[in-house]
Design a protein around this ligand. Sequence first.
Ligand code: SF4
Length: 444
Amino acid sequence: MRNIKLLLRQHVGAPCAAIVKAGDKVEKGTLIATPTGLGANIFSSVYGVVEEVTEDAIIIKPDAEQPDKYIPIKKSENKLDMVKEAGIVGMGGAGFPTGVKLGANLEGGYILVNAAECEPGLKHNIKQLEEQAEKTVRGVEYCMEMSNASKGIFAIKKKNAKAISAVKAAIKDKPNISIHLLPDIYPMGEERAVVRECLDILLDPTQLPSAAKANVLNAETILRVAEAIEDQKPCIYKNISVLGRLNGGTETRCFMDMPVGISVEDLIEMAGGIDGEYGEIIMGGPFTGKACKIDDPTTKTTGGVIVTIPFPDLKGAKVGLLLCGCGGNEERMRDICAKMNGQVVSVTQCKQAMAAKPGGPLKCENPGNCPGQIAKVMEMKRAGAEYLIIGNCSDCSNTVTTCGTLKMGLKLFHQTDHVMRTIGHPLYRKLTVSKSVDQDLSEF
Ligand code: SF4
């Protein structure tokens, strides 16, 4: 294993302050950085020696031997204190400190388990539910207790039969916990989409789930809550899907309990190494991830590492970019266009994508339900675009395909195309599945 690099900012809020120095010996579970404001404790995820402390990271040289044993966090009668002490943050990518989130009083409301695992190719959440459903269910119960919620609901795509069966068995004597089945479209895992699907409440982009008396927590976050309370385990591990142009095949390898801070290069090596020429390496999912360098470190929020095939060459052709509130931001879309050797002539956004505050990230008013795209496509065509690169959801990609490609003669790429082609997944074009699923669980 190469050096572990633990970033001091790997959560929403202020960066942590290091409390170790170069030369210090550390063990799994040694507290190495503490919050300076909103934040979460950071622990060493390996046995080793601190090599360097920089402004933004603690770098640790790992020992050759890495026993499973870790330094336990303090035991407490107060479960919320244990979650805070363990340094857990939203592990689905959000990174909000879980101890703060669970401190909200939901007044008899809901813990919604986000098991949508909506980013195509990522599979570690589903594998976790297949293998650790009972512990995850106990995590839901702890979260319900801490937040004063009376119901728990697993939101999971209907296609994941094995995981659904495992959860169904684990909740059979728990009338307060249920399963809500989701269709296999993007983006079912967006926080407000989970609230809408499970509770039939459409929140405004400026509202938090607490406005619906709900807390949405990623499935892995909930498991880490159970580990903190039952095993006094600090948040030192992350489950990560690694996929793409790799020796041995493009299918997803799930690496469970990887030390936080392990390098992308180590993960790729564990997965077999890169198979020949590649386009880029993405940290995260195909829609919301970003290109990274091979020596970048993972964090508590890293869900995927994807190696893609090379990009097509547009030879300087004029391109319009259509942004989605649940896809790549403008910087990411421009990055993809530059890698395809395209020339951006127009940038526009889905009319449902809006910034909750000026300059902030785009959010969708009603994720996954197309508001129509003809005006946006015409705008890009008028600007001289020959090609479109779109980041839209399944439903809107369907609309753009129809009006842009079929009716206006524009050539179309989706921001995820190079990933989908790498892993043999259908491209985001015409919608081929239903946007609704029945909730009959008898087949599982
Ligand atoms: S409706 Fe628009 S903003 Fe919302 S998810 Fe679809 S493309 Fe994105």
